[in-house]
Design a protein around this ligand. Structure first.
Ligand SMILES: [Fe+2]
Ligand SMILES: [Fe+2]
Length: 183
């Protein structure tokens, strides 16, 4: 279906244990964890035999996350991050916007295939790897570039704008980490 060149996902530098995320971007990065789980589900579903109920389960779980979180996450990135990065990373901005459109189209195809009872695996086989590569690209390249180029004040402003957007749609921004067990 696609004839574009393969997507490049940068590797982490040797010895890197984890990427340090600016507080402004922490909530988006946390949301990425959930997205990666759905991506793995879809990739596994694509390998399952036809008619395996786990394929339908993976598609339903993806679509639930899509509606509840991912649509808003994409809009947050497009409204707050992409305009800020246009001046120093036009290629990254283009890639992210293009991949968002592509994933929207695939999510719509998956929903249609589910309603029709079609084989879901071909869509899972496209969407799972795209989702996975997209998130890794954002974490390893795009968010890192943003943090390098934007000043602390600008990042803080973006963080506030993101919080306001999340509050508006009733999504908790940064769930507090679980408290330690009582002794
Ligand atoms: Fe994105
Ligand atoms: Fe993202």
């Amino acid at each position: 279906m696609s004839e574009r060149p393969p997507r490049v996902v940068p590797a982490l530098a040797p010895g890197t244990r984890g990427l340090r995320r600016d507080p402004a971007l922490v909530a988006l990065s946390r949301e990425h964890h959930g997205v990666l789980v759905r991506a793995l589900d879809l990739k596994r579903a694509a390998q399952r035999p036809a008619g395996d109920p786990a394929v339908v389960a993976a598609a339903r779980a993806f679509l639930a996350t899509w509606e509840a979180e991912m649509r808003g996450h994409f809009a947050d990135e497009e409204q707050e991050l992409l305009p800020a990065a246009r001046g120093f990373d036009p290629e990254g901005v283009r890639r992210i916007a293009d991949e968002h459109r592509e994933m929207e189209a695939l999510a719509a195809s998956l929903a249609t295939a589910l309603v029709r009872g079609d084989d879901l695996r071909p869509v899972c086989a496209e969407l799972g790897p795209l989702l996975d590569d997209h998130v890794r690209y954002e974490e390893r390249a795009f968010y890192e570039t943003l943090q390098r180029h934007l000043g602390a004040e600008q990042l803080a402003r973006i963080g506030q704008a993101l919080e306001a957007r999340r509050a508006e749609r009733g999504v908790s921004a940064c769930p507090a980490p679980p408290s330690p067990p009582a002794r």
